[in-house]
Ligand binder design. Structure first.
Ligand code: F6R
Length: 262
């Protein structure tokens, strides 16, 4: 099953992600990280930055693949996911920018970009640990409700809800939010060896409950995590508030023996 960890703060969640990721990089300097943008992973990236600096971990060979990019937005635009990943991950962690990939949203080449992106992930040996946020409509990456659970990286149309949610990054003006994107598919995401989904705040509670305790359905793309053998969902109390088995998850994590992996 998916492991559910209920934490008090985003910082606590960030530290769990940071410890796992740092352990992976220590064991394998060629680790391939799956990267997400948005608000949810920010504390995790900060915690990882601190740990890497404190322990002097060598990240010069780490590679990374972002989940998604807006279609037709200049990569130099401050809100492009290329710029966001540079600002929030590559620069603070001191990663080699040449080893960090973001889907190419250039409209002239976007038709083939998805297939090529999936191929480069495979050529890199696959993603070791994919960090994920979740949309209020249950999306992961930009796989909106109805996305095929077997999908590869491709062009998608954003829902109005996602554009409303993301308008905060575009001067609160929904008209500035692109209408299309290129996103890793759900099938692509499921190929990562380990998934860590982070969700905070009451606004995510319904999506989290439907993903974790509802049926597997393309209508709730994050429910696909139920099919992954090594998925962890880390949520604060507010995001966990609609989980029926909340007390069980808390007990299981608080009493987890060292010999139990997941
Ligand atoms: C970001 C991404 C999206 C976000 C989701 C939640 O690369 O793929 O799925 O993770 O929209 O966004 P936040 O974290 O801003 O609430």
């Amino acid at each position: 099953m998916t492991e559910i960890i209920i934490v008090k703060t985003e910082e606590e969640a960030g530290q769990i992600y940071a410890r796992r990721t740092a352990d992976l990089i220590r064991r394998n300097p060629d680790t391939v990280l799956g990267l997400a943008t948005g608000s949810s992973p920010l504390a995790a990236y900060r915690a990882l930055t601190d740990l890497i600096k404190k322990d002097g971990i060598d990240v010069s060979r780490v590679r990374g693949f972002a989940l998604d990019e807006y279609a037709g937005l200049d990569p130099d635009h401050p809100q492009s996911y290329r710029s966001t990943i540079n600002r929030t991950v590559v620069e603070p962690l001191g990663l080699d920018p040449a080893r960090i990939h973001v889907p190419n949203g250039d409209l002239d080449t976007i038709k083939d970009a998805g297939r090529q992106y999936d191929q480069s992930i495979e050529d890199a040996g696959g993603v070791d640990l994919q960090i994920l946020g979740i949309g209020t409509d249950g999306h992961i990456g930009f796989n909106e409700p109805g996305s095929s659970l077997a999908s590869g990286t491709r062009i998608k149309t954003l829902t109005e809800q996602t554009r409303i949610d993301n308008a905060r990054f575009f001067n609160n003006d929904i008209d500035q939010v692109p209408t299309h994107c290129i996103t890793q598919g759900i099938g692509t995401i499921l190929k990562a060896r380990q998934l860590v989904l982070l969700a905070f705040g009451e606004g995510k509670a319904e999506a989290v409950a439907e993903s974790v305790e509802g049926g597997i359905s393309s209508f709730c793309p994050a429910s696909a995590l139920q099919m992954h053998p090594h998925a962890t969902v880390i949520v604060d109390e507010a995001a966990a508030s609609r989980l029926r088995n909340r007390d069980y998850y808390k007990w299981a994590y608080a009493n987890k023996p060292s010999w139990q992996s997941i």
